[in-house]
Design a protein around this ligand. Structure first.
Ligand code: FMN
Length: 206
């Protein structure tokens, strides 16, 4: 069982890493493998709506996004961790996620998602909601914790002092582990939910 963690911070060993390390400790205790990819310092452009992924199932820009796609397909859980920038997620992470979720056509149903946000002070809830929307458009259950998943700090390492935030991370990792293990059992017993063919309506009158 494996969790893929995308770190949206451009700062190596910043406060987002503090959050991720706290999660990873618990996943290790739960015998769940983790792989973390730092995204915020990569050169990842946004989607240009060329539509080529509709035919190929992968992004026309063959960069980190397509590499992440194959790791995402193989994982049981995905964590999106981002610093808060102007009450939103890091822009490079968003560019990556738009392309990742739009270009990939593999079934994401019942892969467990969780978002983690890190800020000096404000904008956590808005960013948390923003990130969770990637999960809730594609059948991914969202793991939650004892509070909305935020950690506070400004300079690198400040977040080590946010005891409640760190506890929230540990609780999240335990809850996510339970959910992933329960879903694995459920899949064995019941299989995945039945799927209907998509009925797209684009609100265009013809
Ligand atoms: C461009 C920019 C915008 C920011 N906007 C916010 C903000 O809206 N709210 C906030 O509380 N902190 C804001 N911060 C502070 C970061 O969220 C904070 O320093 C965080 O710990 C960074 O995480 P990192 O160390 O993982 O990069 C901003 C920082 C930068 C560089």
């Amino acid at each position: 069982m494996k969790v893929l963690i995308l770190n949206g911070s451009p700062r190596v060993n910043g406060n987002t890493t503090v959050a991720i390390n706290e999660l990873a400790k618990i996943f290790e205790q739960e015998n769940i493998e983790t792989e973390t990819l730092q995204i915020g310092n990569k050169d990842i452009r946004g989607c240009i709506a060329c539509g080529s992924c509709g035919k190929t199932g992968k992004c026309a820009f063959d960069d980190a996004v397509n590499e992440i796609a194959s790791k995402f397909e193989a994982t049981d859980g995905l964590i999106l961790a981002s610093p808060v920038y102007y009450a939103s997620a890091n822009a490079t992470l968003i560019a990556c996620l738009d392309r990742l979720f739009y270009s990939t056509h593999f079934d994401k149903t019942m892969k467990v998602g969780a978002s983690v946000v890190v800020a000096r002070r404000g904008g956590c809830s808005a960013t948390f909601d923003e990130l969770n929307k990637y999960f809730t458009i594609c059948g991914m259950p969202v793991a939650s914790s004892q509070y909305w998943n935020s950690l506070h700090g400004r300079e690198k390492g400040d977040a080590e002092l946010d005891a409640e935030g760190l506890q929230t991370m540990r609780t999240l990792a335990r809850n996510m582990s339970f959910l992933m293990k329960s879903i694995a059992l459920g899949k064995e017993k019941f299989g995945l939910p039945q799927k209907e063919e998509w009925t797209p309506t684009h609100f265009i009158k013809k």
